[in-house]
Design a protein around this ligand. Sequence first.
Ligand SMILES: Cc1cc2nc3c(=O)[nH]c(=O)nc-3n(C[C@H](O)[C@H](O)[C@H](O)COP(=O)(O)O)c2cc1C
Length: 305
Amino acid sequence: MWLADANYVGAVVNAGGMGFITPRSFPTVDDYRAQLHKCREITEGKPFGVNIYVSARPEANEELAVFLDVAIEEKVEFVETAGFSPKAFMPKIKDAGITVIHKCTTLRHAQSAVRAGVDAITILGAEAGGHPGMEMIGGIVQGAVVPEGLDVPVVLAGGLGTGRQLIAALALGADGILLGSRMTVAEEIWADEKYKQRIKEISQSDTRIVMSVFNDNSRVLDNATSRAVNELEEQGITDFEQYRPFVQGPNQREAYATGDFDRGTLSMGQSAAFATEIASVEKIFDDILNDAIVARDRLAGLDPN
Ligand SMILES: Cc1cc2nc3c(=O)[nH]c(=O)nc-3n(C[C@H](O)[C@H](O)[C@H](O)COP(=O)(O)O)c2cc1C
């Protein structure tokens, strides 16, 4: 959210990954459409995706049909659904021939999304930035359990940022990995340099879970705002209006624009530990792949006897 624009997604695709533009990041539907055009230009026609975050609140989902219609008109090849069940949107997406990857946090939700027709699953571990779910199952368990329980490709996510973890994910049975927090220091991310410098400095200990009180765990950067939110939760306050000034989306945009990283609840996972250098997407991918080769060779040299 806010960061996945055409420049970033285009760079991810050109470096050999798959990226997803977040439609809500742009002020109008026309601006979102313009980003799809720009991404098509940057990638010279290569496939890319759009993220559709399905809310528990139906009124928040009204825009999603419009976002999908635009993606279909613009012949976007991939959709990542996340949050709640994508079932209501599946006929529209599948009729358009789009490949759907649903991102979720339990095997049960994954199985139900597969029954609804999604083509692949991204399974999140508790380490993940953003919404790691209420059961908070660790990635090492998700990776071993979920691919076994499904007959579609599975992408593992949450806490990942190195090539040795990529090899571990493949060894567990996953078909790929998804990186969120690790990528926030990419040169192609438009956020202010001060924000990226902060992410570079922090470790796996510098995140917090907020909004558990609303059954909506969110893993965010440990900052003045997330500490204030945790204080409201500790006081047992359940009136959302008291949280709104801290958690509303525009604060996050402001934080990225100004580099004031104490502002807003900013999605961030434990994999921030691996975001140690501001570098191009291509360099980040190269570093991960080089690390993966070292890990693969190390395993190849182990004597099982
Ligand atoms: C800054 C930031 C913004 C995110 N925004 C979204 C979003 O808009 N929609 C979504 O489905 N996931 C979002 N996520 C979650 C990621 O897509 C991904 O699930 C998560 O980052 C994976 O865990 P990791 O952070 O340990 O790599 C965001 C994550 C970060 C770090």
